[in-house]
Ligand binder design. Structure first.
Ligand SMILES: O=P(O)(O)OC[C@H]1O[C@H](OP(=O)(O)OP(=O)(O)O)[C@H](O)[C@@H]1O
Ligand SMILES: O=c1cc[nH]c(=O)[nH]1
Ligand SMILES: [Mg+2]
Length: 212
């Protein structure tokens, strides 16, 4: 699986295991989602290009600094669950512009049903970082990448907390240029399209639309 990058940092793996536990509360799940998003954003931005620039240092002399090159990144949360990662990613990319895509997976067909999108100006000139905790069948991710490419985006990355092999293959086949960053490549999907071992329904856990 060529374009998959598993972030095996000890902090990431520790926090992910806490999220997998059955008694993880909404508060804990939400907090851990953001903590993981922060750490993973750090890794996913490792290959951002930098350029030198001249600046005035503390002595009043001209010194060389480094800055990220090109247009400011757009973060693309997939509603709802992607919102759970947004604060964490923005901690690392505080000037990012936010483009939003709303998709709801049909529980029977597992197909993503679009219900909202709003892109920032000049989205086609920006690197895009899609965020969603779950990559299951890959339908939602492919639909989001399709949308971004239809707007002219050329530099797209995906950041997911847990990925299923089925979904990684679907995304790689449809969009081999898109790098996927994940904390875990899990075993498989069950008959309802849930990732095993996975996290359960991430949107429900982040938004509290589930009973504990
Ligand atoms: O890879 P896929 O098979 O498309 O499944 C993954 C999608 O399903 C979940 O969202 P869901 O549709 O449940 O919406 P929610 O975030 O509002 O709960 C998840 O957050 C992904 O967006
Ligand atoms: O395992 C899964 C699959 C899709 N969406 C989720 O929230 N969890
Ligand atoms: Mg959900």
């Amino acid at each position: 699986m060529s374009n998959l990058h598993i972030i095996d940092h000890p902090l990431v793996q520790h926090k992910l295991s806490l999220m997998r536990q059955q008694d993880c509360s909404t508060y804990k799940f939400r907090t851990l989602t953001n903590e993981l998003a922060r750490l993973m954003a750090y890794e996913a931005t490792r290959d951002f290009p930098v350029e030198d620039f001249d600046m005035i240092g503390w002595e009043g002399n001209t010194i060389q600094g480094k800055q990220i090159k090109g247009k400011t990144v757009t973060i693309v949360p997939i509603l709802r669950a992607g919102i759970g990662m947004l604060d964490g990613v923005m901690d690392m990319l505080p000037t990012a512009k936010i483009s939003v895509v709303g998709l709801q997976r049909d529980e029977e067909t597992l197909q993503p049903v679009p219900y909202f999108d709003k892109f920032v100006p000049k989205v086609e000139e920006r690197p895009a970082l899609i965020i969603d905790p779950m990559l299951a069948t890959g339908g939602s991710m492919v639909a989001t990448i399709d949308l971004l490419k239809s707007k002219g985006c050329k530099d797209i990355k995906a950041l997911v907390i847990v990925a299923a092999p089925e979904g990684v293959k679907v995304v790689n086949d449809a969009h081999p240029d898109v790098k996927i960053f994940t904390a875990a490549l899990d075993s498989h999907l069950n008959e309802n399209g849930y990732i095993i071992p996975g996290l359960g329904d991430a949107g429900d856990k982040i938004f509290g639309t589930v009973h504990h």
